[in-house]
Design a protein around this ligand. Structure first.
Ligand code: BES
Ligand code: MN
Ligand code: ZN
Length: 500
């Protein structure tokens, strides 16, 4: 779907979407169209009990008096609450309503409330951004899709008084939307297509955006001594990889130390010898979601030429049961030198991250580390699928991440940490074990484990197990791979580290 901007005008063909504030009060375009159709909008709103609520839609087909296929009214909600996320939702809801309706072209007219804090150009850019995010599809493996299930919409025009300004405002958002789509593609791909080697190849592709990419292969990982990560990988016929992606965009003489982002990239998690039940195991193709978010983030930062130095590190392994797989009770030596008793081979993500976190700290002396991982089922027990879990050893970092999450609609909920939880992972025969005493507090004991590999570096861990994949559509995220975290971290970087 191509999204562009143009001056307001009533189109003479295709579809027209018009925004309507709560209470069903029509704005300038709404009134013009209502008059041109002999009051069809007013009557349809009454007949359809349309109240202009946020994300509410009402379609009027073949309106009398205009050569349009349809008019779609889109609710804005309460005028005083309209913000960037509302406008993204308008674009998203419009894209969803028009995508398969039959038209190739559509326009969105923005009747916006007075006193809006965004400029008209920014408002139009947010609408286009929302449309792009929602317009995502993963359909490469569908060879026989019914004609009426295929999208028809190819051109969406957002109407604004300042089309050139809007296009300029949209450029960085468009780069982020494409990065989100890239992350969603990686997560959607099955594990016979995306495995450590091929996911590493996808990282190498980021060099087209100016990212420098280094791939550490099996001999390199052995030489380094990443025993925790290698223990997970040893049961698979697919060799592991660790990929380091660097974007150096900081100008001038400021702090050159990078921000570090670390991702769990378990391309398939069977559980290993502590094997998972069959039901739902197919979901474990998205156990590389944390790494896909880090990869997408690096693409976004590079594509919009972010004025920051950042490094992305992803640990890519497949967790399989086999004659070479690690056993429960095995003791491995991590890159840090700390030894780990592997109680449960299904608690593999923390083993992979342990070595990547230590590597990040030792190699880059980063200003901070944020890791992302589909780490525990327990985080879904705690938070459902509405918030990702946030764990941190630094209050300012936690607050900054939470604020960015709220701003982009990817909310985080901070979870507790502390010595009492940390004690639970002490082992009788090694420095630590990879699970807590029982299932209680499972997301927290996992975070405590990670904390033992970050030293004094300000660090935050996002447990995105409940967020990487969604079973229902929302305004800007179609069901499936969400790309959760790309927008959040891009915003975090932009608001706190690019202000110079
Ligand atoms: N990848 C899983 C966590 C997960 C579960 C993500 C469901 C998404 C959906 C992780 O590797 C895992 O298996 N965790 C175990 C830890 C346990 C063995 C201590 C879990 O959560 O059950
Ligand atoms: Mn697991
Ligand atoms: Zn896992």
């Amino acid at each position: 779907m191509n999204v562009s901007f143009a001056k307001p005008a009533t189109p003479t063909a295709g579809a027209l979407a018009v925004t309507v504030a709560a209470g069903g009060t029509l704005g300038t375009t709404g009134k013009t169209v209502d008059d041109a159709t002999g009051g069809a909008l007013t009557r349809a709103m009454a007949a359809g009990r349309f109240a202009g609520k946020r994300e509410e839609t009402l379609t009027i087909l073949a309106p009398h008096g205009l050569e349009l296929s349809r008019i779609v009214l889109i609710g804005l909600g309460k005028a005083e609450q309209v913000d960037a996320l509302t406008l993204q939702a308008v674009g998203g809801v419009a894209a969803a309503a028009l995508e398969k309706a039959g038209d190739a072209g559509a326009a969105i007219a923005l009747d916006l409330p007075e006193g809006l804090s965004l400029s008209p150009a920014d408002a139009a850019a947010e609408v286009a951004y929302g449309a792009r995010l929602r317009g995502y599809r993963f359909d490469k493996y569908r060879t026989r899709e019914a004609k009426d299930q295929k999208p028809t919409l190819t051109d969406l025009t957002v109407q604004t008084g300042a089309p050139e300004e809007a296009a300029a405002a949209f450029a960085p958002r468009g780069a982020v939307a494409e990065a989100v789509a890239f992350t969603r593609d990686l997560v959607s791909e099955p594990a016979n297509v995306i495995y450590p080697e091929t996911l590493a190849n996808a990282c190498v592709g980021l060099s087209a955006f100016g990212v420098s990419v280094q791939v550490l292969d099996l001999p390199a990982l052995q030489k380094l001594g990443m025993g925790a990560l290698l223990g997970v990988a040893q049961g698979s016929a697919r060799e592991p990889r660790v990929v380091v992606m660097r974007w150096d965009g900081a100008p001038g003489a400021e702090d050159k130390r990078p921000l570090a982002f670390v991702g769990k990239g378990v391309t398939f998690d069977t559980g290993g010898i502590s094997i998972k039940p069959a039901a739902g195991m197919e979901d474990m193709k998205w156990d590389m979601g944390g790494s896909a978010t880090v990869i997408g983030l690096m693409r976004a930062l590079a594509a919009r030429k972010a004025r920051v130095n950042a490094v992305g590190i992803v640990g890519l392994v497949e967790n399989m049961p086999s004659g070479t797989a690690q056993r429960p009770g095995d003791v491995v030596t991590s890159l840090s030198g700390q030894t780990i008793e592997v109680i449960n081979t299904d608690a593999e993500g923390r083993l992979v991250l342990a070595d990547c976190l230590w590597y990040a700290k030792e190699t880059f002396t980063p200003r901070l580390i944020v890791d992302l991982a589909t780490l525990t089922g327990a985080i879904m027990v705690a938070l459902g699928t509405e918030y990702a879990g946030l764990f941190a050893n630094d209050d300012a970092l936690a607050a900054g991440l939470a604020a960015a999450g709220t701003a982009v609609g990817e909310p985080l909920w901070r979870m507790p940490m502390g010595d009492a939880y940390d004690k639970e992972i002490n082992s009788d025969i090694a420095d630590m074990k990879n699970t807590g005493a029982g299932r209680n507090g499972g997301s927290i004991t996992a975070a405590q484990f990670l904390k033992r590999f970050v030293g004094d570096v300000p660090w935050a861990h996002l447990d995105i197990a409940g967020m990487a994949w969604t079973k229902k559509d929302s305004a800007t995220v179609p069901k499936g791979a969400s790309g959760f975290g790309v927008r959040l971290l891009d915003r975090f970087v932009a608001d706190r580290y690019e202000t110079a």
